[in-house]
Write a protein that binds this ligand. Structure first.
Ligand code: AP5
Ligand code: MG
Length: 218
């Protein structure tokens, strides 16, 4: 099954797992966080608002995010599958996504919940480095997630940076928002019998558990 949705707290590993799946199975990785960060590069008022809200750890309006996802999921490369990383995050987004998937004939989905405790997630967020150009994710405290050359992206050679929202304050806000707005979606998808829970342990074990779910072995 190649229509995958990740629901998880900040820094649970949504981006990391999506990228591993995408590279191995050639399925497009659609991260609303990355789509919004790309939008910030535009020089206009909306970009400034989005940038400020992300830095504070607040959600961006459903309307903006729903439109971005509609546009991206309608592209031809999503015909044979997609990975949604960070969407939906509110009940409104989930119902809009249901409508869109019906329209696009992509209703068969699996929803993967990556379970991680707050302390572990916070530690991961505060030691994460990212490439602003190709969005590859690194971690300076996890051996297998370090870049080969300090501070340089293995994939495209760009200088790596911390994310502006990877501060303790913004992480706490994101986690709180996750509990309030996003965690209730677990029940929503469990009721539809499409939810699978994976403990976000080390990268290899977590990825293997996800592959078993994709193959229908779990
Ligand atoms: P987004 O970019 O989606 O941020 P997030 O949800 O806070 O999640 P993260 O990207 O921080 O974590 P992740 O789960 O991808 O973890 P990662 O793989 O990087 O959204 C940012 C902002 O955009 C939001 O706050 C909001 O403002 C806005 N936004 C986005 N979507 C929206 C929506 N739908 N509606 C409204 N607003 C929206 O891993 C983290 C670190 O841990 C890395 O360093 C990695 O190397 C390491 N790691 C990962 N997996 C493992 C593992 N299994 N073991 C050990 N280390 C691991
Ligand atoms: Mg991410």
């Amino acid at each position: 099954m190649n229509n995958i949705i990740f629901i998880a707290p900040p820094a649970a590993g949504k981006g990391t797992m999506s990228s591993l799946i995408s590279n191995k199975y050639f399925i497009p990785h659609i991260s609303t966080g990355d789509l919004l960060r790309n939008k910030i590069k535009e020089d206009n008022e909306e970009a400034k608002t989005i940038s400020d809200e992300i830095a504070k750890g607040n959600l961006i309006s459903d309307e903006i995010v729903n439109n971005l996802v509609r546009e991206r999921l309608s592209l031809a490369d999503a015909d044979s599958g997609f990975i949604l990383d960070g969407y939906p995050r509110t009940l409104n987004q989930a119902t809009k996504l249901d409508e869109l998937l019906r329209e696009l004939n992509k209703e068969k989905i699996i929803v993967i919940y990556l379970d991680v405790d707050k302390k572990t997630a916070q530690k991961r967020a505060l030691s994460r480095l990212v490439c602003s150009k190709c969005h590859k994710i690194y971690n300076i405290t996890i051996e297998e997630a370090k870049p080969t050359v300090d501070g340089i992206c293995d994939q495209c050679g760009t200088l790596l940076d911390f994310r502006p929202d990877d501060t303790e304050e913004s992480f706490n806000k994101r986690f709180e928002t996750y509990l309030l707005e996003t965690e209730p979606l677990l029940k929503y998808y469990d009721n539809k019998k499409v939810l699978y829970k994976v403990n976000s342990k080390d990268t290899k074990t977590t990825f293997e558990a996800i592959e078993r779910i994709m193959m229908g072995q779990k």
